[in-house]
Design a protein around this ligand. Structure first.
Ligand code: ATP
Ligand code: MG
Length: 718
């Protein structure tokens, strides 16, 4: 088997399935981790294990999350827990000569054959390092076999590993030594955790061949070190204090084994939510939170598809009793002791019900409890004396083990509202014939409109960003400036359709027409106007990419409204989009009120920017900006500071990555467009292997209007 299927192949395969149930099952088959991918993950874990053992003898690297919970997809991140058990910090004197194993780790890629011929998987083969070990769940990563061509190739390929010069080696040792001393100095002190994280970062950076882009995130609820591993193409996190995650991952995997409908349903809904910008970081649901929501939904069917966790806890045997951080994590190892569910509803019915239920649930005021398998009323506050610290918000999903944790505590009312809106739209769509019957004419049917992140879908799902009032061409030039200078994007401009006739350059509202502070303004203005009046005129490749992102333009899809539209002309579809665009976000918010101003729906989105982004320029901005502004002692304008922050972030990241023979592929490609009225900005992801689009979108929601106002001189940027 070759590479994982791309979106087009996936779409085609699903279109050919006989019914929705078959589509859902097929989706799992096409998206799940292959045997070779699991082995590759096993090898990377083993590589890490070998290196970290040098520093922390007896430690165990334990994978969790999507590598083990039954919901992994091609390229999903590798979540790791560095289990020190009862070990105390570093064991090796950093100044002592490194062991032979460490030497070879520093100097050359490890021999994959030697790695692969180790008898068992890294997880299963570990000698217990601590008393907790006997309680630790086994990983569902496949045992390693030496014949994984993919894995061996990926790890062995000499050209894919950066050469290690003696100077680099020295640097690594120096960094490590410093990190080491810091941990020693801070023993038992407040900063020890962070120093330890830095040390782990230094070990990763300096001693694990092929690892790059190492970054510590000490401020997270569970601090982690992020990394990429070039030979395998994997990226992931290492955390130091997350034993509960091993159990919640095993619990999810247990649910998969309990009922065969769990995986197709979760795979479908994860993809659906991703396409609608509902999952990600910031105020969005994590995949974990979404998965718990689906499991809760299955627990609350009549009859239930899955039992409440209390029932499972009661069934745990003597040797399955586990407590982690004071929370009961006991449940049986084997599913065989449970009776299968008497609920026999088909997958398509469950999917439609999920949408209908979530859209109608009273989310605020109840805590969805997976332990009880029912909602607990919390409108009057939490039960006295229970779960101190649980943060109540617009969406409350209780962690199945850490009962004081709301896994959706980060979700804002805007996102919770959008989740319910999207569910309502999708529930409507599920009532249409387009969902229920395979199209004889090759139209998208069944799952397809729910899964495609087409621009139509994104328009419906991803919040359009309101733009400040300004003459159209100035607005466009300013947007280009933000994309290029403030985000560091490579940008190609296009215009998908001619601007409507009679829609003059200046908007009726006028708006401030101060000159743009922009060198290239005149040039850009010219080119934008040309494009705006002459329609499509750039490379076929760009156009093709955009069409691919749009799905097929002539076919409306994705909501109940659209289902009813049938074969109506495109214009009507555009009306639906425009209307949705307005409905989507809480009509009460300030920006939307001014946006309602009786504008007619235009014939399309224009102009459009095709953007490639290489850096996560939204991370760590605030701190850097503060530093810069302090250094400059107020001599620097807000806009200059923003541009400098971006340059600095890019420089920092590039420095960490070192000199590349070949530039890496972009992190994310997307299209950006302005509505014909110039009031809204819409983003559509094209390629987003790391699922960063929601983060970018969230960042731009605040950053773009503010920065544009700064550039256009409407008002002060901050
Ligand atoms: P993905 O493919 O997105 O990585 P995943 O199955 O690994 O999917 P994540 O959301 O990354 O899901 O979660 C991995 C682990 O991180 C979970 O098992 C859980 O322990 C922890 N986690 C994630 N989100 C939360 C949250 N909101 N609250 C508590 N723990 C979380
Ligand atoms: Mg994960």
């Amino acid at each position: 088997k070759g590479a994982p299927p791309d979106d087009q192949q996936l779409t085609q395969a699903l279109a050919e399935a006989p019914d929705v149930e078959a589509q859902m099952v097929k989706l799992v088959g096409l998206r799940e981790l292959s045997e070779a991918e699991r082995q590759l993950r096993g090898l990377v874990v083993m590589l890490m294990q070998e290196v970290f053992t040098e520093f922390f003898p007896g430690c165990v690297i334990r994978p969790f999350g999507s590598s083990t919970n039954g919901f992994g997809v091609h390229g999903c991140d590798l979540d790791l827990f560095l289990d020190m058990g009862s070990l105390e910090g570093p064991q090796r004197d950093p100044k002592a000569p490194a062991s032979p194993a460490l030497d070879s780790a520093l100097a050359s890629p490890l021999d994959p054959q030697a790695l692969a011929s180790t008898p068992a998987s890294p997880v299963d083969s570990q000698a217990p390092a601590s008393p907790q070990d006997s309680e630790t769940p086994t990983s569902s990563l496949a045992p390693l076999t030496p014949d994984s061509a993919l894995a061996s190739e990926a790890l062995a390929s000499p050209q894919s590993l950066p050469p290690v010069s003696p100077i680099q080696e020295e640097l690594r040792e120096k960094d490590l030594g410093e990190a080491w001393e810091l941990v020693g100095a801070l023993k038992g002190e407040e900063g020890e955790g962070e120093a330890m994280l830095e040390l782990v970062g230094s070990v990763l950076r300096g001693c694990v061949p092929g690892v790059h882009s190492v970054r510590t995130v000490p401020s997270a609820r569970r601090p982690v070190v992020k990394f990429c591993h070039r030979p395998s193409g994997l990226h992931g996190d290492i955390s130091l204090s997350n034993r509960l995650a091993l159990y919640n991952s095993r619990f999810l995997n247990f649910c998969c084994e309990l009922d065969r409908r769990v995986r197709p349903l979760v795979y479908t809904l994860r993809r659906w939510a991703q396409g609608r910008g509902l999952t990600g970081s910031g105020p969005l649901l994590s995949n974990y939170a979404l998965t718990l929501l689906v499991i809760y939904f299955l627990q609350t069917r009549d009859p239930p598809v899955l039992p409440p966790l209390t029932k499972l806890t009661q069934m745990a045997g003597e040797e399955e009793q586990v407590e982690v951080d004071g929370w009961d994590c006991s449940f049986p190892q084997e599913v065989s002791c449970l009776e299968p569910s008497t609920n026999t509803e088909p997958l398509d019915a469950l999917l439609a019900q999920f949408f209908a239920c979530v859209s109608s649930w009273e989310l605020q005021g109840s805590l969805l409890s997976l332990r009880e398998g029912r909602p607990l009323p919390i409108a009057e506050g939490l039960p006295p004396g229970l779960w101190g610290g649980l943060r109540v918000g617009p969406l409350n999903v209780q962690d199945p083990f850490d009962l004081s944790h709301n896994v959706a505590a980060n979700v804002t009312s805007r996102v919770a509202g959008r989740l319910q809106n999207c569910c309502r739209d999708s529930a409507n769509y599920c009532r249409s014939l387009q969902f229920q019957r395979r199209s004889p004419r090759g139209r998208d049917w069944g799952l397809l409109p729910l899964l495609q992140p087409s621009s139509a879908n994104s328009l419906l799902s991803v919040t359009p960003i309101p733009l400040p009032l300004a003459p159209f061409s100035q607005l466009c030039a300013a947007i280009t400036q933000v994309l290029e200078e403030m985000l560091g994007c490579q940008v190609e401009q296009s215009s998908k359709r001619p601007r409507p006739e009679g829609d003059g350059e200046e908007r009726p509202q006028g708006g401030p027409s101060k000159r743009l502070r922009l060198e290239r303004e005149e040039e850009r203005k010219g080119s934008l106007q040309d494009q705006a009046t002459e329609g499509r005129q750039d490379g076929a490749a760009v156009e093709e990419m955009m069409l691919a992102a749009d799905g097929r333009e002539d076919q409306p899809s994705a909501t109940g409204d659209v289902g009813q539209l049938g074969e109506q002309p495109q214009r009507l579809w555009q009306h639906v989009i425009e209307r949705k665009e307005k409905e989507l976000e809480n009509p009460g918010t300030e920006e939307m009120e001014t946006a309602q101003g009786g504008e007619e729906a235009g014939p399309g989105m224009t102009p459009t920017w095709l953007c490639a982004l290489w850096h996560r320029v939204w991370l760590g901005r605030r701190r850097l900006r503060r530093q810069l502004q302090q250094q400059a002692k107020g001599e620097i304008s807000w806009l200059q500071a923003e541009a400098r922050v971006t340059q600095e972030l890019i420089a920092q990241e590039s420095k960490k990555q070192g000199k590349e023979a070949e530039p890496p592929p972009p992190l994310l490609t997307f299209t950006a467009s302005v509505s014909p009225s110039g009031q809204f900005f819409t983003l559509t992801q094209l390629q987003d292997p790391q699922g960063l689009f929601p983060d970018l979108h969230h960042f731009l929601q605040g950053f773009l209007p503010r920065t544009l106002r700064g550039i256009l001189g409407c008002e002060k940027g901050d």
